[in-house]
Write a protein that binds this ligand. Structure first.
Ligand code: PMP
Length: 340
């Protein structure tokens, strides 16, 4: 997962003393993943601004209480030019997440898609990660106060170079001692800012223990999901994953993988996953926008299957790559080209 310099950062981060704690936490997050190009343009409330000028008041409600919703979307450089992957589904989830929390998004999905295309072009990216965000701004710090919504679209330079090696080698995961919050506590199907503190804790714990990722169980003791990814297991040639009744965020990559697997003739079963279903799996992989489809080669110090990427995982990765890069005409409708 990490480049050599990132590994050094992480190593430094893990040699923690109280005095160095703040710096170490920064190093952990710098080492982990999606870093932001400080000079890039962002779209904020209808205007393009340099990132360093995209300011928010410290009294913003979202900053204090996590009252915001966001999406993570990929723009791929396809044979026909840059295209957003399953943008419609991401917009649907963005608006659904906002609705659960009563957050008004004062733009239409079409306006946000257009803003996204423009900001990518303005930054000169052919491929990138896109982060639409809507959070409550300033009015009052009352917990249920009405506050105006602020809307932003950020772009992060292409992630493929950092994720590519792991897609072949697989990652090391651990079962977290942090439990995934239950869907009766917070709407797990919403992608809301404050909900991610659970993932932050689990992810930091995994990094501190030398693992790439944490897998969280739910309040019933079944498998929920990884910190920012869904989980699939393979056994006897059958692919299995869970659904929202296990307190997961049903991912758009998860949905893509289910559809692609069925087209490839792989049987897919949806139901509860028990912790032992993971440890005894022949293959185990995670799905998410940032990581795409990544094998788990080791869980809690034990090899999964042969400890290498399995054949079904590889087949699904290939199908997914082909779709995201515009090589499969059956899924052209999943791509929104920047220049139509
Ligand atoms: N679960 C959680 C908690 C996530 O944050 C994500 C990333 N959005 C996922 C699953 C995977 O969802 P997607 O495939 O839509 O990126």
């Amino acid at each position: 997962m990490f480049s050599e310099s990132q590994s050094e950062l992480l190593e430094a981060a893990l040699q923690e003393t109280p005095a160095s704690k703040a710096t170490n936490l920064e190093a952990v997050s710098a080492a982990k993943d999606i870093s932001f190009g400080g000079e890039s343009w962002v779209w904020l409330n209808g205007q393009f601004r340099h990132h360093r000028e995209s300011l928010t008041a410290v009294s913003a409600h979202g900053l204090h209480y996590g009252t915001g919703v966001f999406e993570g979307v990929r723009c791929y450089n396809t044979i026909e030019g840059p295209a957003l992957f399953r943008m419609q589904e991401h917009m649907d989830r963005f608006f659904a997440s906002a609705a659960v929390y009563g957050i008004e998004i004062p733009y239409t999905a079409a306006e946000l898609v257009e803003a996204t295309c423009e900001v990518i072009l303005k930054n000169g990216f052919l491929s990138c990660y896109v982060r639409p965000l809507c959070y409550l701004g300033t009015n009052s710090l009352g917990i249920s106060s009405a506050c105006p919504s602020e809307v932003a679209v950020l772009t992060v330079p292409d992630l493929s170079n950092s994720t590519k090696p792991l897609k072949a080698s697989g990652i090391r995961a651990m079962t977290s001692s942090w439990v995934k919050f239950d869907r009766r506590m917070m709407p797990t199907t919403a992608k809301a800012c404050g909900q991610y503190l659970n993932s932050v804790l689990a992810s930091r714990d995994a990094a501190a223990r030398g693992c790439d990722e944490a897998i969280l169980l739910n309040a019933d003791g079944n498998v929920a999901e990884a910190t920012v990814a869904n989980i699939f297991v393979v056994g006897n040639g059958i692919l299995r994953t869970n659904d929202e009744s296990s307190s997961i965020l049903p991912g758009i990559t998860r949905d893509s993988v289910i559809q692609l697997a069925r087209l490839l003739g792989v049987e897919v079963q949806i139901g509860f996953l028990r912790p032992e279903d993971l440890s005894m799996a022949e293959e185990l992989f995670l799905t998410g926008t940032a990581r795409e489809v990544v094998p788990v080669r080791e869980l809690d110090g034990q090899a999964i299957g042969a400890g290498t990427r399995g054949p079904i995982t590889e087949k699904i990765q290939a199908a997914f790559d082909s779709v995201t890069h515009g090589d499969d005409p059956r899924f052209r409708h999943w791509l929104h080209f920047l220049k139509q």
